[in-house]
Design a protein around this ligand. Structure first.
Ligand code: GDP
Length: 250
């Protein structure tokens, strides 16, 4: 038990007592130069998107040596909304809907100005009823040729409204790209408008899409609820920046 004349308790160690106090004043001088390190996140990288070019024919597309990711899907699947949400630019992909450009391949550059390190290709939506049959057939050919022959193509995102599921034209496209996917081309089935599905409907649609994707992946996405946006940006970054398993990085 403590008594009145017991010695006072030892002072508790405080942070200030652990810090040596410098006696000599320091003259203020210029701070040493610290190299600026700019860390770009996949989302920040996506926001650098800007219009590069548009082409009505395959041979009009510039040959590029940076990785390219193609966005494809039937018209009304939510492709323009997805690209605009991903790049946080209201009008970028809607440029593809301007009269005269609806049947063009539109390219968008990614990366800081002057250092494009990847390209997004917005392919025309297919299956739009009002397009004359001849134009539809011509476009299916251009698109198939692009998907099969584009050398710098690093991945394909197929957008699909899960309430409709894969349409006949989606299936045709899957068949066209299957050999490249089997050879290792990145492939994602993106189930759009997921805000319209209950949790269990979403899970069911996802497992069906995973089977349909063959060697590819499937994800849920909602522009309205911002579901899956960061995840998609990260995947696009990984497809275009993570070295190949054999150590090459093209
Ligand atoms: P595109 O023809 O594939 O480019 O499709 P759009 O981006 O124009 O979208 C077609 C329709 O779907 C439009 O009415 C959009 O507002 C709607 N839409 C797109 N994304 C979403 C979403 O995430 N949620 C909901 N509820 N509607 C969406």
């Amino acid at each position: 038990m403590a008594t009145e004349n017991s010695s006072p308790p030892a002072p508790k160690p405080s942070l200030s007592s652990a810090v040596k106090v410098r006696k000599t004043p320091v003259k203020a001088g210029p701070l040493p130069e610290v190299p600026e390190v700019k860390v770009i996140t996949p989302m920040g990288w996506m926001h650098t998107a800007r219009f590069l070019t548009t082409a009505a024919e395959l041979f009009h597309l510039p040959a590029l040596d940076v990785p390219e990711i193609a966005f494809v899907g039937r018209s009304n699947a939510g492709k323009s909304t997805c690209i605009n949400t991903l790049t946080q630019q209201k009008q970028l992909a809607f440029a593809s809907k301007k009269p005269g450009r609806t049947q063009h391949i539109n390219l968008f550059s990614l990366g800081k100005q002057g250092v494009t390190d990847a390209v997004l290709a917005d392919l025309p939506g297919y299956g739009y009823a009002a397009v004359p049959k001849q134009d539809k057939l011509r476009w299916q050919k251009v698109m198939a040729n692009y998907l099969v022959t584009r050398e710098n193509l690093k991945g394909i995102v197929l957008l699909c409204d899960p309430r409709l599921g894969m349409t006949e034209l989606d299936e045709v496209l899957l068949e066209v790209i299957r050999p490249r996917v089997e050879e290792g081309l990145n492939f994602l089935v993106l189930l759009t408008k997921s805000d319209k599905l209950t949790r269990s409907e979403g899970a069911k649609a996802l497992s069906i899409a995973k089977l349909q994707a063959g060697g590819g992946q499937a994800k849920l996405f909602s522009a309205l609820k911002k579901q899956g946006v960061e995840d998609l940006a990260q995947l696009m970054w990984d497809w275009t920046h993570v070295p190949e398993p054999d150590g090459t990085h093209d």
